[in-house]
Design a protein around this ligand. Structure first.
Ligand code: HEC
Length: 183
């Protein structure tokens, strides 16, 4: 029945399986991938601000208040006027219709609330989540001001930020709505 060649193959396969069984994998029934998430790591993962502004924290800030903070914490990478530096995106100016297009917060992002969400979550990249909620309002106000969207003294808060209309607000298509509308 078993040719010598087949027997050798079967034996080799069996020998290969044995070390797996002896590591305890079979006993615990787990591949031992990844690691458990600690309570500390979970802190802040639910800090989500939606386009309509839900999730925005209390507090307020103006561009005038955010100017110094931007200079200290953002300008080295994003440029004094938000013009960007090599490898770091510009935050102000730009145009989606230029050739090539330059997509920035001002020219591209449809919702001002997303700037809050993004900055609070990710900036500065060397110390994400290090800014207080009020500091984020201040520096977001400054970025919106660099784009000419609000005045220096306009107070951003959980009510006024969602009301800031971004220039490219209508530049996106909601695919789910398109599909529903088509016959
Ligand atoms: C050490 C350099 C550095 C610093 C400091 C820094 N950023 Fe950034 N920032 C980046 C890089 C790099 C990206 C692009 C990240 C990516 O696309 O994954 C970015 C992306 C962004 C974006 C999204 C831009 C876009 O159009 O995609 C915003 C908004 C932003 N930063 C705001 C800030 C603000 C506000 C500060 C100051 C509190 C700051 N950043 C500090 C490097 C920096």
């Amino acid at each position: 029945m078993f040719t010598p060649e087949l027997r050798t193959r079967l034996l080799t396969g069996l020998v290969c399986l044995l070390p797996l069984a002896s590591t305890g994998l079979a006993a615990e029934n787990t591949p031992h991938l990844g690691q458990a998430v600690s309570e500390d790591q979970l802190q802040g993962v639910d800090l989500i601000v939606m386009p309509d502004g839900s999730g925005l924290p209390p507090g307020a800030g103006t561009a005038a208040q955010g100017r110094a903070l931007y200079a200290q914490q953002c300008a080295a990478c994003h440029g004094a006027q938000g013009e960007g530096t090599p490898g770091v995106p510009a935050l102000a100016g730009g145009s989606t219709t230029a050739t090539p297009p330059l997509m920035t917060v001002g020219s591209y992002w449809p919702y001002a609330t997303t700037v809050y969400d993004y900055v609070r979550r990710a900036m500065p990249p060397t110390a994400p989540k290090s800014l207080s909620d009020v500091e984020v309002y201040q520096v977001v106000a400054y970025v919106l001001h660099l784009n000419g969207l609000i005045t220096e003294d306009f107070e951003l808060n959980r009510n006024s930020l969602p009301a800031v209309v971004m220039p490219n607000r209508d530049g996106f298509v909601d695919r789910s709505q398109v599909q529903k509308a088509s016959p």
